[in-house]
Design a protein around this ligand. Structure first.
Ligand SMILES: Cc1cc2nc3c(=O)[nH]c(=O)nc-3n(C[C@H](O)[C@H](O)[C@H](O)COP(=O)(O)OP(=O)(O)OC[C@H]3O[C@@H](n4cnc5c(N)ncnc54)[C@H](O)[C@@H]3O)c2cc1C
Length: 374
């Protein structure tokens, strides 16, 4: 490989969707993933929810890309044979004091263009989900769950069918501007090479800021330093499987740091709780779940899932969010930018935390437009 048109760094859902989009019109696209498989990063460690787009600030990239992305993702999964189920979701109030928040989210969702939302009273909730305790709820029937890693792999396959080269175990180790493009240094096993690329797309997930730094960006000055924030999950005993058929979320914490510990469903209908928010003081890809968190999970979820006992919960898995803002600070939007000046030809996607899975196809479209103009 001597020269390519587009190099995509990272083979998660974002990089794979971008590679498929770029390969639609570009002559030569290469995707480089440092791990042995596609979709094994953040993409394989999350709630796998296709969000409707309720929570995000109207007009923000998170809001726009989530609403559009969900529709595109559902269509794509149907075409590609990726498991996708429109389970629906309830955001539940457990006290009268929480109910005004449902009306606020209803209005926000409406402004964001989310379809089919409905406010339900306690009896209507009981009719839909008899095992859930709530005084009222916001029902989002379009919310779903999907095989996130399967979707990333399917985008990777589509990119390959469109002529892109997909290389795993290929780590980008250097980026230097060269003749209006970039020289990309790659390590693959014992092999090292560099190639010239007219454009580079940074979709490196947890390492998005490291890649930006490799390209010469002062990430602290540009406020692009990522903070890692772990989200832990607990499994609910299998005997409760199928007892609740929709995703159930509490009214989210006021600081916007998360959506609150919620009830997820895996694709077989088993129940799982999570994620919480655990700031990681140092960067370590440590996915062990501390069993002592169980009491906090139980306290949060038993408010709306009264059938739970403490003994029903066992540590399951964790994922790490690439955050541009700390809990308590204003929640940052996705950073998707075609850089200028010394970094011309570089498109950065940084801070792609939730709803990044849902938003992926819409963000890929956006990158496609930026590439046309690059
Ligand atoms: C706990 C949790 C729950 C979430 N729940 C949801 C949800 O329910 N719904 C939703 O829409 N979103 C959710 N998200 C967000 C969603 O999972 C992410 O936005 C999405 O998976 C990000 O995908 P990505 O491709 O950017 O990252 P990744 O999947 O991590 O892909 C980036 C890839 O880049 C590779 N890479 C890094 N550095 C290099 C390098 N130097 N060279 C080559 N390759 C490199 C990595 O190995 C990795 O595979 C959640 C996230 C978390 C953490």
């Amino acid at each position: 490989m001597i020269e390519v048109d587009v190099t995509v760094i990272g083979g998660g859902i974002i990089g794979c969707a971008v590679a498929a989009e770029a390969a639609r019109s570009r002559r030569e696209v290469v995707l480089l993933e440092k791990e042995p498989r596609l979709g094994g990063g953040i993409t394989s460690r999350n709630s796998e929810v296709a969000h409707a787009g309720l929570y995000y600030r109207p007009g923000s990239l998170k809001a726009r890309s989530c609403v559009r992305g969900r529709r595109l993702l559902k269509e794509f999964c149907a075409r590609a044979g990726v498991d996708y189920r429109e389970t629906g979701k309830l955001i539940v109030a457990t006290t009268a004091q929480e109910e005004p928040e449902l009306a606020r989210l209803f209005a926000l969702g409406h402004e964001n263009g989310v379809e089919d939302l409905a406010l339900l009273g306690g009896q209507a909730v009981a009719a839909l989900e008899p095992a859930v305790r709530a005084t009222a709820a916001l029902h989002s029937p379009r919310t779903g769950v999907l095989d996130a890693e399967g979707a990333a792999k399917a985008y990777g396959r589509l990119a390959g069918e469109r002529g892109a080269q997909i290389l795993t175990e290929a780590e980008v180790t250097g980026l230097a501007p060269e003749r209006g493009g970039w020289r990309v240094a790659v390590r693959r096993g014992s092999e090292n090479w560099s190639h010239r690329s007219r454009c580079v797309v940074n979709a490196a997930g947890l390492h998005g800021d490291d890649i930006a730094a490799l390209a010469g960006i002062d990430v602290d000055a540009a406020r692009l330093r990522l903070r890692w924030s772990r989200g832990n999950y607990f499994d609910v005993d299998a005997r409760h499987g199928g007892r609740v058929t929709r995703l159930v979320y509490p009214v989210p914490p006021a600081d916007g740091s998360s959506l609150g510990v919620h009830l997820c469903l895996d694709r077989t209908g088993q129940l799982r709780l999570g994620p919480d928010v655990e700031e990681l003081p140092e960067r370590r890809e440590d996915y062990r779940v501390d069993p002592s968190r169980r009491a906090a999970f139980f306290a949060g979820a038993s408010r709306f899932l009264p059938f739970l006992t403490l003994a029903d919960l066992t540590p399951a898995m964790a994922g790490i969010r690439p955050r541009l803002a700390r809990a308590g600070e204003e929640v940052a939007d996705f950073y998707v930018q075609r850089e200028e000046g010394d970094q011309a030809g570089l498109i950065n996607l940084i801070g792609i935390e939730s709803p990044g899975l849902t938003a992926a196809p819409a963000l890929a479209e956006l990158v496609g437009q930026l590439l046309v103009a690059t």
